[in-house]
Design a protein around this ligand. Structure first.
Ligand SMILES: *[C@@H]1O[C@H](CO)[C@@H](O)[C@H](O)[C@H]1NC(C)=O
Ligand SMILES: *[C@@H]1O[C@H](CO)[C@@H](O)[C@H](O)[C@H]1NC(C)=O
Ligand SMILES: *[C@@H]1O[C@H](CO)[C@@H](O)[C@H](O)[C@H]1NC(C)=O
Length: 346
């Protein structure tokens, strides 16, 4: 659900404060995930130092369970709603990421290698999540049909407008379609930056007319790159921490890619919030990407991102797509009981 989006940072000698922030997070919520949320700034220093022993999320306490609901086993089609003003160059990066999920041509470690962990999840009949994810139709909502501030409910009205539009409505495909509402960097969505960078759910028939799995992801470039585009930007309350160079030259979009990946992996494995999740409370399910937020490579865990890669220009990434490189968090592998990704060193 990405309620707890997180990212870890690789810093040569983590200042005390980072460790304090980290232990704050571990105390507040026992999962592995880490992102520098603003509410950790005020009391981070009060907390005792307690180094993390968690590596790549490995934990005997994680009880990810299957709750018998459907997962996306049919070829997946991702439909996009571009809300607000979206420059072509930004759209292109996001489209190429989605097209990379099933691309077999990309160099290893690849985005399609990352999706292999997601494919390990099955439904009641033993069918795996589909290997095929393709870009579907797109709809522009350039003029902000529901304003510059959206709530969780008005997000559904934006989707309704897109699937019921008089001209070129988005197709209705409840079994294989995913709907991504992507908001431009001047659009605020409820709880954005405070405790979400994106979320996923399904639409209510009473509002939209159908039950469709959807996600919202915001471009945090203007509002809170230090939170939602971390580690390509860092929060100002952690002094001395240097941002990493983003692989596609756009901090907001490069940060968004990992959140998009996070939400798509959870939509595939828990589209109606009754399939794969951990935790007691289905209102706040801890899902396959939540468990690995902030982990991008071997050794990751706590405030450490794990081993990543650097390109010739010094940009940080951990996987190849078609034509581009991306930094994408790992996802939980229920077969081995830790987070895995294509750039694992072992
Ligand atoms: C730190 O702040 C958060 C958010 O305000 C709060 O939920 C949490 O209980 C605080 N922790 C401590 C130890 O004060
Ligand atoms: C699903 O995708 C695969 C690979 O792209 C393709 O060969 C197959 O025909 C598709 N199946 C359906 C039902 O569209
Ligand atoms: C399907 O899921 C099972 C169980 O996790 C796994 O062993 C198998 O390798 C998966 N198949 C594919 C094609 O990923």
């Amino acid at each position: 659900m990405s309620r707890w989006c997180v990212t870890n940072h690789r810093s040569p000698a983590p200042p005390l404060l980072i460790l304090a922030v980290l232990s704050a997070l571990l105390l507040i919520q026992p999962s592995i995930a880490w992102r520098p949320w603003p509410h950790h700034r005020n009391n981070a220093t009060e907390l005792e130092l307690g180094g993390s022993k968690k590596y790549e999320g490995s934990s005997e306490f994680v009880k990810l369970r299957y709750h018998m609901g459907p997962v996306l086993t049919a070829n997946i089609t991702v439909h996009i709603i571009w809300y607000g003003t979206w420059p072509k160059a930004q759209k292109r990066i996001i489209r190429e990421f989605i097209n990379s999920i099933s691309a077999t041509s990309a160099q290893s470690p690849s985005v399609s290698g990352w999706w292999k962990t997601v494919q390990l999840y099955t439904d009641q009949t033993g069918s795996n999540i589909s290997r095929t994810v393709r870009l579907g139709e797109e709809k522009n909502d350039r003029l902000l049909s529901h304003g510059k501030k959206l709530t969780r409910l008005s997000v559904q009205s934006v989707i309704k407008a897109a699937v019921t539009a008089k001209t070129k409505p988005l197709p209705i495909s409840p079994k294989s379609g995913l709907y991504l509402l992507l908001t431009a960097d001047d659009v605020y969505v409820q709880d954005f930056c405070q405790n979400v960078c994106g979320f996923h759910y399904f639409t209510y028939p009473s509002i939209v007319g159908y039950t469709l799995p959807y996600a919202w992801i915001g471009n945090s470039g203007k509002f809170c790159p230090g939170v939602c585009a971390y580690p390509f930007a860092v929060p100002d309350y952690i002094p001395g921490l240097k941002p990493m160079k983003s692989p596609n030259g756009n901090v907001g979009i490069d940060g968004m890619i990992s959140v998009i990946a996070h939400e798509i992996s959870e939509l595939a494995s828990n589209p109606l919030i009754n399939a794969w999740y951990a935790g007691q409370d289905p209102v706040f399910p801890v899902e396959i990407a939540d468990l690995c937020e902030g982990i991008y490579g071997t050794g990751g865990g706590g405030s450490y991102t794990g081993q990543m890669l650097n390109d010739r220009d010094g940009a940080t990434y951990n996987m190849h797509g078609i034509r581009r490189r991306f930094l994408v968090q790992w996802v939980w592998n229920h077969v081995v009981n830790y987070c895995t990704g294509p750039n694992a060193l072992d």
